[in-house]
Design a binder for this molecule. Structure first.
Ligand SMILES: [Zn+2]
Length: 245
């Protein structure tokens, strides 16, 4: 489960209006906490249980999830593949990357996909950190996303490296973020080979499953190649694509 995020590739690109996002964040982010929480509590009740199932509880449904983006190299490729097959997925976004590439967050949302909070910096030791750091990491990412795509619900929180604790789950749920797990770990981040990624789906997926893949955090050529086969393979088996829930 431990992932070497230090290998994160810093892809050079022109950031878009980062300074204005940073300005808004520093002035508003933590001042509005209580308001956001009460607003979310009124909108929906969020369970602190980890979700690793599709919204549909019966039938051949599957949910695709992509972590650690957005990446200017790989996120557009994933979006193009999803578009080609006319399906939607969930993207677990790192706040620092969203600030660098806000246009990709907008592209993800405008294509009908859902957003998941994946912390500001992908801190895999979050359960051992103070409440203040947990808040900065999780709520900080939520606020970055809300600045980029206002009025778009951020439905989920996924713990970096799957490092959950009851405290982290409680806090995420209190901010309106449903803890999001997975049932199929393709381990694509380790670049095990396209065949290995395909085999993970083949052997681990059951109806209602949530597949974990990555569009960010390093070279994702294998993930892209595998995805081009995974989707038509699943469609041939009668699977339909859903969101987690
Ligand atoms: Zn991650």
């Amino acid at each position: 489960m431990v992932k070497d995020f230090s290998k994160f590739e810093q892809v050079k690109s022109q950031p878009e209006n980062i300074s204005s996002i940073n300005q808004k964040l520093s002035s508003e982010a933590y001042r509005t906490d209580s308001k956001l929480v009460s607003k979310n509590n009124q909108q929906k009740t969020v369970s602190n249980a980890i979700q690793d199932h599709t919204e549909h509880k019966t039938g051949k449904w599957v949910a695709l999830t992509f972590d650690d983006g957005p990446s200017p190299v790989y996120t557009p490729k994933v979006l193009a593949i999803l578009h080609k097959f006319n399906i939607k997925a969930t993207f677990c976004i790192i706040g620092e990357e969203a600030k660098r590439f806000p246009y990709l967050v907008k592209d993800i949302v405008s294509s009908g996909n859902k957003l998941c909070d994946h912390t500001m910096t992908h801190d895999e030791r979050l359960p051992s950190k103070s409440d203040k750091v947990i808040k900065e990491e999780i709520l900080g990412d939520k606020h970055v996303l809300e600045q980029i795509v206002p009025n778009t619900p951020i439905d989920y929180y996924r713990a970096p490296g799957g490092a959950w604790s009851p405290r982290v789950r409680e806090q995420a749920a209190s901010w309106g973020l449903e803890p999001l797990g997975w049932s199929v770990d393709t381990r694509d981040w380790a670049r095990p080979g396209v065949t290995s990624i395909l085999n993970a789906v083949k052997t681990e997926l059951r109806p209602g499953g949530v597949i974990l893949m990555h569009d960010g955090g390093g070279n994702r050529d294998q993930s892209i190649s595998a995805l081009k086969q995974i989707i038509p393979n699943l469609q041939k088996q009668g699977y339909k694509f859903d969101f987690p829930g």
